[in-house]
Design a protein around this ligand. Structure first.
Ligand code: SF4
Length: 189
């Protein structure tokens, strides 16, 4: 990578909403290409560098996970505001993924199973309390994929998307080229 490329590094932000961090781990699986990546991009808000709030506008935002609570909606909305290009990566971001399995069950039933009747809590919550502290993110009636909350520019499928697909997409976005996904890069474990 040339020093010129290093001077024009794109600014990138990443976040995990209702996800398992597997998509972030897959990004790290680009292995030695990480050295090329840090010449191409500079990370801003991201779990990778633990920057918790945006310190500047970003070129690319990568979002893992859908929205299961109001904090997820807030973070996703902030990403849309601060990132010129927003990419949803992984099935949880694209379609809700595993967390969305609860979407066919009324929220009240989910909470009662989690806090009152489930095998790990039965008999341990004699007061029948379901947490409702205002400091706890408010759970939404269902899990929403990212595109139902904000405009998403690109979608990278997979659970998680393969490291090769993430790498190809990032290179295409950073260099302004068309992404032509190769079938071999699609991965669903
Ligand atoms: Fe985890 Fe798969 Fe969801 Fe990514 S898409 S956050 S790997 S469950």
């Amino acid at each position: 990578m040339s020093p010129k490329a290093a001077k024009t590094r794109k600014i990138i932000a990443t976040t995990s909403l209702a996800g398992c961090f597997g998509c972030h781990m897959s990004l790290l699986d680009i292995d030695e290409r990480l050295f090329d990546l840090i010449e191409l991009v500079e990370f801003n808000k991201s779990p990778f560098d633990d920057i918790k709030t945006f310190t500047r506008e970003c070129d690319i935002g990568l979002v893992e996970g859908g929205c299961c609570n109001d904090e997820n909606v807030h973070v996703l909305t902030e990403f849309r505001k601060h990132c010129k290009t927003l990419v949803a990566f992984g099935e949880c971001a694209l379609m809700g993924g595993l967390p969305a399995l609860r979407n066919t069950i009324p929220l009240r039933e989910c909470l009662e199973e989690a806090y009152l009747h489930g095998p790990t809590v039965a008999g341990r919550n004699p007061q029948g309390l379901i947490p409702s502290d205002p400091d706890i993110p408010k759970i939404l009636n269902r899990v929403y994929p990212c595109h139902e909350v904000v405009k998403i520019d690109y979608f990278l499928p997979g659970c998680p998307p393969s490291a090769d697909l993430i790498w190809d997409a990032l290179v295409a976005l950073v260099t302004g080229q068309e992404l032509e996904p190769q079938y071999r890069t699609f991965k669903f474990d």
